[in-house]
Design a binder for this molecule. Sequence first.
Ligand SMILES: [Zn+2]
Length: 461
Amino acid sequence: MLTVKEPRRRNRWAVVTCILAGLAVSCALPASASTVADPDPIFTQARINFQFQLNHRDTGAPNIFFHVSSGTPASVVNMMEQEVIITDQFWSFVRPINHPVEVYLADDSRIADLIAAYEPTLTPQGDAGGWLQDIANRIKKTDGGLFGGGSPAYDRNNHANFMLHVGTPSPDGSGFWTQTPSHEYTHTIQRYLLGSDFGPLYTWEVEGQADYIGANFAGRNSNTAFQSYWAQMLTSIPAPKNGGVWTSIAVESWFKGAANTQARNLGGEVSQINYILGAIAQKYLVAKYKLTGVEHYYADLAGAINACGDGDLATHPQCDGLRHQIFTKNFHMTLESFYKAAANLAASEIKWALKTSLTLSPDLRSYQLTPWSNLHLTVNPDPTVDVPVYAPSYTALNALSQQNPNGSASESPYPPNTPAPNRTCPNNEGGHATLYGGAMTCTNGIWVLDPGQSIGTPSTP
Ligand SMILES: [Zn+2]
């Protein structure tokens, strides 16, 4: 639900994108587009690692159900659908591609229809805070279209879901539009790994990862397009609280302050600083540990769900130690030394961005085709397919951490897409499965260890 504040940000950018739309003809394809160098080797390496994962995506047809409000322009629908499908394929290294995702989309004028179709599918948790109505109210107050989305808890069928709303006309060259489907989709991956519980995550880990992935998708067909978008994103950062510029000392101090988390407030403001400094931090980790290493870390954080509760450190003091422990285990450095490294990177890249945004066109079509224009991906929603839903619930993760023999909550949970004790086993009553040598039977919809059985340890890490 942290995404509900994003439209505020789109709102700000709507001003810019309207200007862009007016200039579209003149800035679409300049005779000779400028180029700039990457700001640092981390930028370059992270980009290589993203492209590697994109090139190795599962090109199968995902199980995405698009619920499009009637009358939404076909061009908008096509753009959104293509971007969602390729993101689903990209993330298949974490979340199996055959798992269903429900996507609701509409242009702004049809937001009431979208809400009427979408809201009844949500659980009280997914619908909490009145976030859908909040979006509708903001659309009413915005000229020129508001673009955004939201990715709440699993729906009543235990399906991942999110919504996207698009202002018209859509400024095709703006990365802020292209990045939103992959941004929202990334939240479903976080939910998948963390049983929909974001308590262990820092807000910059939630939103920074989504923005980092979104930026890469927005400029996926040209490094210059990505540079341009990255520069636009970094220069949109609000000033530090005490004014001045984002020096490495200011950034480091911001990260330290952000580590003292409080209970997540569904209606609370999420500062844009989380999105931007978080995206830079994410890039640092992707460069050094690849996307697989970063996802392993997020999966391990599920082991801190019990200790972190609602993320309020004052009432959950053990959360802080576990976060540190899990971070160090995965990245072989302390969070404090990471803040320092990310702060140096952020300060120098923000400087680079200020210069670069004067050189590169903000219209990404100067450097690449609109990303979805050459995709012809098909979706294969099959409501009759027997798809296992192993969304790791809080209860299941709780049970797993209890079973952990050495009591270390930083142990990773069992692989997300396999039968495991306390996970659900829909439509498989009486079925048998084994995990690491332990036999289980599907009993009352839940995998239960057979008498005398225990779960061993995996032979490979
Ligand atoms: Zn978000």
